[in-house]
Ligand binder design. Structure first.
Ligand code: BGC
Length: 736
């Protein structure tokens, strides 16, 4: 044979062998194969033991992959405001890594207050990038439990009292996270509206309130956001724990909504093998812990979905079909994330993330009151500015429970005011003091309260204006997981302090940090009030930008502020309705949550849902629609103009409510059905066009278990808040 032919044959053999190696690539490893094919292929290679091992934790935050097959572990991490630090394998405490300090984004109440879904997408994208960079499979967030009482210790992690607002805001967050190849885990499904007795309380609520108030945001997260995972909540609903609740998980979530992701238990939320196996749970985490405080007393092999599950499978008590369904879902999650084709690489503590955190914070800050136009305080306007209050310097990213963060940096309000106005113009006094943030313990300061007040009063006396930064913090019994607030009052003697400050200086701006409404006995005396939430790494920058007028505030309240606690719906029915009798709790206010209650019962709140002022003013033009009568399957094309009638540019979140004039069932006086945030230059007008599908005006009929739009007259209302309706227009709904 000629030399050339030998070389050709040899080359052919090499190429042929290589192509054979390629052709032998396992289907489940081939990212070009359809996911379902990869799943079936992987499943066919797994032993019973390997499958069961995937259904429960192997450490505090992770579960097993299949090492033999190269299928990676699932790594979860909190959520929802930034990436929690790394913890030890089997402990809650931080592992003291030096590369895990994250960007803190504003709390979700602030995000909701932005009334801007674009901010939500930016939020999701940014936190998703941080999660991806840290190699996480699942981000434990966002949270969308409805704000039912101002005492709930975890309201700051959620998106307020309105099902429509939270639905619109949760969808882009999920999309943003998941475009990074990281799964969002929407929590806590469902009815986890308080921390008192959270592990045991049994919630009784009507089907109507469940469907109209408590489920819509989860439904939107699943059907529109396409969330890849969801977290069952600690509490019970109709006698079954929500982590293995047949109605919620099997019938509604996986049945009606066709959820194809993984149901993950909250940490320590599983109580029973039979229910865990059969009632829709897929992945069990944290058993034998009560959330954040205790260490596991049982080993991971003893989890309800570990050895007891395996044993039951072997004896025929449990079907392998049920196991396979769980494993298919977990494999799908892995193929959607860590084993997906084009998983981006993420980034961590990037300048873009700081910028995103600042923008979201600026759009969410709410100007509650601004008499005498005390605000804005432009640089150079005053000689002496007294900054008073512990929250002006305290880290508000630490504490609060599982959402506590180890941050790369956090700009405090005092730092930012000093930069903005110059150190010579600032005098700081603490004014009040709380204790150290320790989970599960009520903190008290050793400092003398009266001396703190006297010193603050001296500072206020010599100042032209007082910027008071206070509110709640992330201590136990404040805005913190594991306990509810004991009252609606501001803690640590702040009301007394504000009263004392008012005796020497009337120019006070109160800036509140909280995720909850607080009582304001000084509301009439204080000219300017700002709701400043928990704003994350760029907290100070955003607050100083709004205070100084560099940014015009545009946030709107995502929940109502009652004048007093008893005015709030859940509280109105006594203990049975909140916090329950220790065993059961009956949501007696039914669908009348938040402004639905205040409006319908004609109780005026201190600040209404949707309220938020600007440094400019807006005028709403007449409403027009394409016609006046609609069938229930049609869409109203609504349009109106908004004019900026002031001197500075600003943004207005216009809100569209509907009111069913006559109905066979009780309906709230108004319900939010759309909103649109528009930026408008001073003196200019913008046309707003909104589509309103009439089917969204339905109520849920308990008896027929269906959504009903009754024919008749409806009023479309457009306003600047739920209590400040500027234009109305009646339309008719007719039979199809
Ligand atoms: C919380 C969850 C959290 C989990 C893991 C639980 O105590 O309720 O929201 O994701 O702990 O930290």
């Amino acid at each position: 044979m000629k030399k050339n032919s030998i070389i050709s044959i040899a080359l052919f053999c090499v190429v042929f062998c290589l192509s054979q190696v390629k052709a032998q690539k396992e289907i489940y490893l081939d990212v070009n194969q359809p996911i379902d094919k990869r799943i079936e292929n992987a499943l066919s290679k797994m032993t019973l033991e390997e499958k069961v091992a995937m259904c429960h934790a192997q450490s505090k935050f992770s579960s097993k992959g299949v090492p033999r097959l190269g299928i990676p572990e699932v790594w979860t991490d909190d959520g929802p405001h930034g990436l929690r630090e790394e913890v030890f394998w089997d402990e809650w405490s931080g592992a003291k890594w030096t590369n895990d300090s994250c960007t803190a984004f504003p709390a979700l109440t602030c995000l909701a207050a932005s009334f801007n879904p674009q901010m939500s997408l930016l939020y999701g994208k940014s936190i998703g990038e941080e999660a991806r960079y840290r190699n996480k499979t699942v981000l434990l967030g966002p949270g969308v439990n409805i704000y039912r009482t101002p005492l709930n210790g975890r309201n700051f992690e959620y998106m307020g009292e309105d099902p429509y607002l939270s639905s619109r805001m949760v969808v882009p967050y999920i999309q943003g996270v998941q475009q990074n190849g990281v799964a969002a885990c929407v929590k806590h499904f469902a009815l986890n509206n308080q921390e008192v007795n959270r592990m045991t309380i049994n919630v009784e609520v009507s089907d109507r309130a469940l469907r109209e108030i408590y489920l819509p945001a989860f439904k939107a997260a699943v059907e529109e956001g396409k969330a890849w995972s969801i977290m069952g909540s600690y509490n019970q609903f109709r006698g079954e724990h929500c982590c293995h609740n047949d109605l919620l998980l099997n019938k509604i979530l996986k049945g009606e909504w066709a959820f194809d992701g993984v149901v993950i238990s909250d940490w320590g939320g599983v109580h029973n093998s039979d229910q865990a196996v059969n009632n829709g749970l897929d992945l069990e985490m944290g058993t034998s812990t009560n959330g954040l405080t205790s260490k596991a007393t049982s080993t991971y092999a003893e989890y309800y979905l570990a050895n007891p599950f395996l044993k039951g499978l072997k004896t025929g008590k449990y079907s392998e079909q049920v196991l396979n369904d769980k494993v298919r879902r977990i494999l799908k999650l892995i193929f959607r994330t860590t084993m997906s084709a084009d998983r981006p690489f993420g980034k961590f503590v990037s300048p873009e993330h700081s910028d995103a955190a600042r923008q979201i914070a600026e759009q969410g800050i709410v100007l509650l009151k601004n008499n005498k136009q005390l605000l804005p305080v432009q640089a150079g306007k005053y000689k002496k500015i007294a900054v008073i209050g512990e929250n002006a310097t305290r880290s508000l990213t630490i504490g609060g429970g599982s959402s506590s963060l180890k941050v790369a940096y956090e700009v405090s309000p005092l730092q930012a005011f000093t930069t903005k106005y110059g150190a010579d113009h600032i005098v700081y006094s603490k004014g009040y003091a709380s204790g150290k943030s320790e989970y599960g313990k009520e903190a008290a300061s050793k400092l003398n309260a009266d001396s703190l007040i006297s010193a603050a009063v001296e500072a206020a006396k010599i100042a032209d204006i007082v910027l008071f930064v206070g509110g709640l913090n992330k201590n136990h019994f404040q805005d913190c997981e594991g306990g509810d607030r004991k009252s609606m009052d501001m803690p640590f003697g702040q009301d007394k302090l504000i009263a004392a400050l008012l005796t020497v200086n009337k120019n006070i701006v109160v800036i509140l940090n909280s995720g909850n409404a607080v009582a304001m006995p000084w509301v009439n005396e204080v000219p300017s009030i700002i709701q400043g939430w928990y704003l994350g790494s760029e907290a100070g920058t955003a607050i100083a930008n709004v205070i100084s007028g560099d940014v015009n505030p545009s946030g709107k309240l995502p929940f109502s502020f009652p004048k007093k606690l008893e005015d709030n719906a859940a509280q109105s029915f006594g203990k049975e309705s909140y916090p329950g009798d220790g065993v059961n709790e009956n949501y007696k206010e039914d669908i009348l949550v938040g402004y639905r209650w205040f409006d319908t019962k004609k109780i005026s709140p201190l600040f209404a849902f949707g309220h938020g002022l600007s440094y400019t003013t807006f005028e709403y033009g007449k409403l027009t629609t394409d016609k006046i009568s609609y069938a229930s399957n049609e869409t109203v094309k609504l349009s109106f103009t908004i004019k900026n009638t002031g001197k500075v540019k600003g943004a207005e979140a216009a809100q569209v409510y509907i009111s069913d004039v006559k109905s066979t069932v009780l309906r709230p006086l108004k319900e939010l059905k759309a909103f649109s945030k528009v930026q408008i230059e001073a003196g200019e007008s913008k046309q707003v066009e909104i589509n309103l599908p009439v089917k969204d005006w339905a109520f849920f009929n308990d008896k027929t278990q269906s959504w009903v739009v009754e024919p008749g007259k409806f009023i479309i209302m457009v306003g600047s808040s739920s209590a400040d309706i500027r234009q109305t227009l009646p339309v008719n709904v007719i039979n199809e």
